[in-house]
Write a protein of this length. Structure first.
Length: 199
């Protein structure tokens, strides 16, 4: 920097504009009450991708379903899902393989309000009270790579909200897991048609 300044060079734009958003790679979606298809492959490929991203200095964000015991999406409350990702349980924990990339301020919780279903991580909130969108904006992020679980629900809703907010959104298909294979195929086609890059 000092050398560059002495040469009258104001510096190149080295701010990264790409971030990775990891959606719900949590034990209930991997091997728990809502175990998803392709989850082993998803976690394995996510780990590889995050290693590469970390080496490049690409910011990594985690979105985590985090429900109270009486969440409205649970069958007992009239919702469609078995209890899952209950606050403080193993089912709500991020996969061990991805834990090395978890930091104090890069985890964004959603679904914490018992009365509200929240598939999208777009408005997930960190411990410090920052929303995912605000964290991305603060870093000047323009491109977001979305990976995780489940393709048809939280991945799709998060990706679509990011797209609507003006981000360029890309999804590597091998780092996804789904509730249902047909639902996965349908969601992939719909996202592609909307302008999300699937690769
Ligand atoms: C999800 C069902 C219920 C998801 C979350 O992460 O896709 N699916 N809660
Ligand atoms: Zn949920």
């Amino acid at each position: 920097m000092a050398v560059a300044a002495a040469l009258g060079f104001s510096g190149c734009k080295s701010t990264p504009t790409t971030a990775i958003v990891v959606v719900d790679e949590l034990y209930d979606f991997i091997d728990g009450s809502l175990a998803c298809k392709r989850s082993d492959e998803c976690v394995k490929n996510s780990e590889l991708l995050l290693k590469e991203a970390a080496a490049l200095g690409t910011p990594i964000f985690f979105v985590c379903d985090c429900h109270p015991t009486d969440h409205c999406s649970f069958v007992e409350q009239g919702g469609p899902w078995p209890p899952h990702c209950v606050q403080g349980t193993r089912g709500g924990e991020i996969a061990d393989e991805l834990k090395p990339f978890v930091k104090e301020d890069n985890v964004f919780l959603k679904g914490t309000n018992p009365a509200e279903e929240q598939y999208s991580g777009f408005e997930g909130v960190s411990k410090a009270g920052v929303s995912l969108n605000d964290a991305l904006k603060a870093l000047g992020i323009k491109n977001v790579t979305v990976i995780g679980i489940a393709t048809e629900y939280c991945v799709r809703n998060t990706a679509e909200d990011l797209l609507k907010a003006g981000y360029k959104v890309s999804i590597p298909e091998t780092a996804l897991a789904c509730v249902d294979e047909d639902g996965h195929v349908e969601a992939i086609a719909a996202m592609k048609a909307e302008g999300i890059e699937i690769y």
